[in-house]
Design a protein around this ligand. Structure first.
Ligand code: SF4
Ligand code: SF4
Length: 323
């Protein structure tokens, strides 16, 4: 029996990417399969990325980077916000979302692209701070493993900006999303860079961190844009008992902060300021937030934090953020 090749198949050709609306068809497919955020960056927007973090180092013929996001349900943060159930965020808001729900979406969209004759490389958000774990296979190639910064890629795809806490913010959900990436040789219609402003430098993330992990300032750049962000003491985040989760991929990876008090404060503040979408009937934060020191002891308003054993950049922490 003769096998029909993809290019000979009139059904496939009907939806070939040369059609003007391929990007729209692709986006509609991704949306149907659960994407809350979809953005396209042409590969040129990564010109400032070093080779060890460049998508084209993984796929040299790449023309486009497709970013897909799924929201962290506001309710998945509820038990965390109340301090009464930390497991469900850990599953629905972190590991299942990042390891199951988003990879399934990315896989389906990757199939959709490859069924139309383009190659599509699905990438996972491995921590960019982990040092390469191999030797280069050729003098002109970076060592494995190349990792791409998904936060910056989302900015390049026009989905939002980097907030002062150093976390990607979208106008739909603020910090409440996780991301998937597909690098393809299909020339997709690019999305414009996000032109608005989400982070209003309210400093709630800094003030609400009980361990004083954010201080000073630095800059991150992508696609010709730069963002001022707080310098982070990630050792503190690794010891944080306020909703931060250990990096599930690598022990050297930074702790996940999206469920921690710093970012829950950001969710609340952005909603309060009308910066993020959604029409919830009740505010996110309804009670004074709970806080714990780096030993797990409850921080009581007005009482000093312990000075011994809790270090911030080599200095004993005396209170860190505000109580
Ligand atoms: S809490 Fe305020 S300053 Fe911090 S990232 Fe969110 S909006 Fe920006
Ligand atoms: S994760 Fe914890 S230690 Fe790190 S910035 Fe947020 S609240 Fe502070």
């Amino acid at each position: 029996m003769t096998k029909t090749r993809l290019a000979d198949n009139p059904e496939t050709q009907k939806a070939a990417p040369k059609e003007k609306n391929f990007t729209n068809v692709l986006k509609a497919f991704a949306r149907e399969h659960g994407a809350d955020l979809i953005g396209v960056a042409p590969i040129e927007r990564f010109a400032e990325a070093p080779a060890e973090h460049h998508p084209a180092a993984v796929f040299p013929e790449a023309k486009s980077v497709l970013m897909l996001g799924r929201r962290i349900l506001r309710g998945a943060l509820r038990g965390m916000e109340e301090g009464t159930n930390l497991y469900d965020y850990s599953s629905y808001g972190y590991t299942w979302l990042e390891r199951d729900f988003i990879p399934l979406l990315v896989y389906r969209v990757t199939q959709f692209i490859e069924d139309r004759g383009w190659e599509a490389a699905p990438l996972y958000p491995y921590p960019v701070e982990v040092t390469p774990e191999g030797i280069p296979v050729a003098s002109d190639r970076p060592a494995p493993n190349v990792t791409v910064d998904f936060n910056l890629a989302a900015v390049a795809a026009g989905l939002g900006e980097i907030g002062y806490a150093g976390v990607f913010l979208s106008p739909e959900y603020g910090p409440r999303q996780r991301l998937g990436m597909i690098v393809t040789d299909a020339e997709l219609e690019p999305d414009p860079l996000f032109a608005g402003k989400i982070c209003g430098r309210c400093n709630q993330c800094v003030n609400d961190c009980p361990l004083g992990a954010m201080s000073g300032e630095t800059t991150v750049r992508i696609a010709g844009r730069s963002f001022a962000v707080a310098k982070m003491d990630y050792d503190m985040c690794g010891r944080c008992k306020n909703g931060a989760q250990p990096n599930t991929f690598h022990p050297e990876g930074h702790a996940d902060r999206l469920g921690a008090i710093c970012m829950r404060s950001c969710v609340h503040q952005l909603e309060k300021d009308g910066k993020t979408g959604g029409s919830f009937k009740q505010p996110f934060r309804k009670r004074t937030s709970w806080k714990r020191d780096c030993f797990g002891k409850i921080v009581v308003q007005g009482e000093p934090l312990p000075r011994v054993g809790c270090f911030n950049a080599g200095q004993p922490v005396d209170g860190g953020g505000k109580r």
